[in-house]
Design a protein around this ligand. Structure first.
Ligand SMILES: *[C@@H]1O[C@H](CO)[C@@H](O)[C@H](O)[C@H]1NC(C)=O
Ligand SMILES: *[C@@H]1O[C@H](CO)[C@@H](O)[C@H](O)[C@H]1NC(C)=O
Ligand SMILES: *[C@@H]1O[C@H](CO)[C@@H](O)[C@H](O)[C@H]1NC(C)=O
Ligand SMILES: *[C@@H]1O[C@H](CO)[C@@H](O)[C@H](O)[C@H]1NC(C)=O
Length: 421
């Protein structure tokens, strides 16, 4: 059936999910406190929230700093790298695990006992990506971008704490997937695979593309490896829409990272691939480096440069499944880094890994900044795990961080509200 979607519907869905009784009970007292700290001239930051982690609230979004402030525009300089010598309270932001800008909704995100654990397992000092949770196995699979030629994927068994880690290779091996997704409909992991190498160990030759893996047997199957004979530059991230099409972003980071032998042959783009027919169609070429991609339950967002963009998705055409995207709008500029992996929470909030910088920004579905999580390593991507999907893994360059809080991940079997990915 043809359907059309808009962010108005997404907003309604989010309101319905986040209005828990406990959250509403908190509202009265927090509104009063916010008012007490909303005056111009108050220190920029103050301790707030539960004591199970270091939580700092920022007064008026930090929009007025003493004039001696400065910050290096280099994207790898974190938000905490801003210098605010005129206000000693800035140190509270620098040492915080969680920073709240919208105090009321930020405290709802944290819940009563937020926790953050850093350095849970030792990992190589390379980019980690494509964290995928397979609920039947209670395992988290994470890929590595590098070292060149390496075919290992990390498999974390979450039945143990700390998790036990195994290095696995799929059959045939996949050379450095960088985006991944668990599809509850077929129990398979779908990977955006960036590596492009004609002489891999074991005589393996691979072009970048899309593949899927059975997580129980680790058997891999290629679905896509070219566009009418051109190499893809390096599929970076992917998602699956409500009619089963795979949308992926294609960027040339693989060449820069030394895991592709070929410079880009096509413009960097966002593509739609229909596994049932093999059709591949370009959807957007307007972003400089398209990266993370996610559907709201009824819309679409993806990232580029420092920004997050959103589109409306309508369904048209002879069978009512052809997507038409309109209404491109920028909805958020990251506080640091360059937005990388981006995922939508159960209540519609966006959780955005900051790529080059050590943090995650959390906004509502319209891009209004709510809170951030601060880590000790750049965060490339994120994944919820656990029975209640309230554990969030942040993976990136040289580190893994685990967060427990109240912002749940989306229902894996009912992502689009009608039967999952
Ligand atoms: C308001 O901010 C001040 C510092 O600016 C802080 O000491 C105080 O705890 C805050 N009030 C509340 C109720 O959070
Ligand atoms: C908060 O930060 C301080 C200073 O870094 C540290 O000593 C303390 O253990 C932290 N508290 C929590 C709950 O993590
Ligand atoms: C591949 O990476 C793993 C870490 O996940 C490392 O232990 C292993 O030695 C690497 N192998 C090669 C051949 O680089
Ligand atoms: C290709 O794989 C070989 C290992 O067989 C590795 O030494 C080389 O660096 C790789 N090159 C690229 C561009 O991935």
């Amino acid at each position: 059936m043809p359907s059309s979607f808009s962010f108005v519907a997404a907003l309604l869905a989010a309101t319905a999910v986040s209005a828990s009784p406990r959250a509403s009970a908190l509202t009265g007292s927090i509104t009063a406190r916010n008012a007490a700290n909303s005056s111009l001239g108050a220190p920029v930051a103050y301790i707030c929230g539960p004591k199970t982690a270091n939580v700092t609230c920022v007064n008026r979004y930090g929009s007025l700093l003493p004039p001696s402030f400065s910050r290096d525009p280099d994207p790898s300089v974190a938000y905490t790298g801003a210098k605010v010598p005129g206000d000693p309270s800035w140190a509270l932001v620098q040492q915080a695990d969680f920073v709240l800008f919208d105090k009321k909704r930020g405290l709802e995100v944290l819940g009563p006992a937020p926790k953050i654990q850093r350095g849970i397992i030792p990992v190589l000092n390379v980019i980690h990506e494509a964290p995928v949770f397979v609920p039947e196995l209670n395992k988290l699979f994470v890929t590595q971008d590098g070292p060149p030629g390496n075919l290992s994927i990390l498999s974390l068994d979450l039945n143990h704490d700390p998790p036990t880690v195994a290095l696995v290779e799929t059959d045939p091996p996949l050379y450095q997937p960088t985006g991944g997704l668990y599809n509850s409909k077929d129990g398979m992991i779908y990977y955006a695979v960036q590596g492009n190498n004609a002489s891999l160990p074991g005589g393996l030759q691979q072009h970048a593309g899309i593949a899927r893996v059975d997580p129980k047997t680790l058997k891999a199957e290629w679905l896509l490896n070219n566009y009418h004979g051109f190499n893809l530059a390096g599929p970076n991230d992917l998602t699956i829409d409500d009619v089963g099409d795979i949308w992926f972003t294609d960027t040339d980071y693989a060449y820069v990272l030394g895991v592709s032998e070929s410079p880009k042959q096509l413009q960097l783009a966002t593509w739609r691939f229909r596994p049932s027919t093999g059709q591949i169609q370009v959807m957007d070429t307007s972003l400089a480096y398209p990266n993370g991609i996610a559907f709201s339950r009824d819309g679409k967002t993806l990232t580029g440069a420092r920004n997050v963009f959103a589109w409306d998705v309508a369904r048209k055409g002879h069978d009512g499944t052809h997507p038409v995207i309109t209404g491109k709008r920028v909805i958020f500029q990251a506080l640091e880094g360059a937005p990388d992996g981006l995922k939508v929470a159960a209540n519609g909030y966006l959780v955005i890994g900051e790529g080059l910088a050590p943090g995650v920004d959390i906004t509502d579905e319209l891009g209004n900044l709510i809170a951030r999580i601060q880590t000790s390593h750049p965060v490339e991507n994120i994944q919820w795990t656990g029975d209640d999907l309230k554990t969030l893994w942040l993976v990136g360059i040289g580190g893994f961080t685990r967060v427990e809080f109240d912002l749940a991940g989306p229902d894996l079997v009912n992502y689009h509200g009608k039967g999952g990915h």
